[in-house]
Design a protein around this ligand. Sequence first.
Ligand code: TXA
Ligand code: MG
Length: 343
Amino acid sequence: VISVEKDVENLSKNDEIEHAAKRIIAGEVVAFPTETVYGLGGNALSDKAIERIYEAKGRPSDNPLIVHIANMEQLSKYVEKIPSPAQKLMEAFWPGPLTIVLEHSGNLSPRVTANLSTVAVRMPDHPIALALIKASDIPLAAPSANTSGKPSPTTADHVYHDLNGRIPLIIDGGPTGVGVESTVVDCSTGEVIILRPGGVTKEQLEEVVGQVSEDPALYEKDLTPKSPGMKYTHYAPSAPLVLVDGGVDFFHRQVEEGVAAGKKVGVMVTEDNRGLFLEAHQEVVCGKRTDLSTVAQRLYESLRAFDKNNVDIIYSEVFPETAIGSAIMNRLRKAAGGQVIKE
Ligand code: TXA
Ligand code: MG
């Protein structure tokens, strides 16, 4: 683990970054911070490097990776054409937490795209990520730097916990900002379709391109998602997670029943409900209901916190599915394997 101060000038000439870039050029993989979550980066042109990413994460190889770029020249080498809505979205949100799926031109490792005709690309809004891409002068294929299926990493510690011994280098740039992954939109068909809700909200996208639709599989369990990664269980803590959609009394009853059944119960609540469920074995406070961006920021570290106490079951609040709440609920539903109890 090497620490890099993210606010210093001329980061791409920083010794640590240059060292990391050399490893990337040599075909190794390096974990690095982005504004959303930590990524595990490798040369997007090298089959061998991509192989190493899948191996370190234990990721199914039919789940394609996002290619991270630092400037528009890099993009033009790897995508066939840029439809006008995609162009507008890039101008509005790059660098930033938006990933755009486009037809690729065949110059990337086919392992990156899992043999699809499209590639997912984004320009991250983080000085260390951008400096690493510039210093290596290579587009970086990078999934989240966690063990496949676990909550994504928002600190270098999370990466270390999951991948220690499996990767040669972690760049520690402090906690990430957004806390949930980028929004993935498909722009390869002329339409704009959200495949994964994330850091840029549907409302923000609509302001720029008007009509935006969502992959119906995001809400219907029986449909096959257009984004291969969305079909896997994800973001899950070790104990089963149950989402409680109801008032405080209803929440209380779930906790009491769990405790009465002899279970160690964990509760994930917002500031507003802190200290309400005293019979629970562990309480994790995950931000403020009045500012859901704080919940997004703390979501994954909150889920990870339960693993330390070996609880048997976790009950969590639910959130309104507007703005960043859509991304939060998407991750929570996946982490819960669809287990929601309604009052
Ligand atoms: O914020 C993020 O996006 C983070 C940071 C590290 O940049 N990365 C990330 O990568 O979340 P990953 O691999 O965990 O998620 C990539 C998602 C998966 O759901 C994958 O299936 C989808 O993007 N994806 C990649 N290529 C695709 C394509 N050609 N068509 C549709 N979906 C694609
Ligand atoms: Mg991931």
